[in-house]
Design a protein around this ligand. Structure first.
Ligand code: FES
Length: 104
């Protein structure tokens, strides 16, 4: 059964870990970034189904990791670090504001 996504922004953070056999997003801060994003969005107390932060396995651009994608807009961030969290939060806030306007 095909359904439309219930989340206005669904963020996938690659946490794939190849244990050093090849570069992977866990070599960077993928795991920490995912947890910080989850915590920050939780603190914002957004309406239900506004934002979901999920971990993903390999998204195919391992050498550019850590990688993060915002669905359904197809926005992609590479070489993400903790220092990029505020930028990502602002982007998501702007996407939520845009989607609110389109709903009105
Ligand atoms: S390991 Fe993250 S994109 Fe491949």
């Amino acid at each position: 059964m095909v359904k439309k996504t219930p989340f206005r922004c669904h963020i996938f953070v690659c946490v794939n870990d190849r244990q050093g056999t090849r570069k992977s997003c866990a070599d960077g801060q993928g795991v920490e970034i995912r947890q910080i994003l989850k915590d920050r969005f939780h603190q914002m107390q957004l309406p239900p189904n506004s934002v979901r932060v999920s971990q993903s396995l390999c998204m195919g651009l391992c050498n550019e990791g850590p990688n993060l994608m915002i669905y359904p807009r197809g926005i992609w961030y590479s070489s993400v670090g903790i220092e990029d969290i505020d930028t990502i939060l602002k982007k998501v806030e702007s996407l939520l504001a845009e989607s609110s306007k389109s709903i009105e």
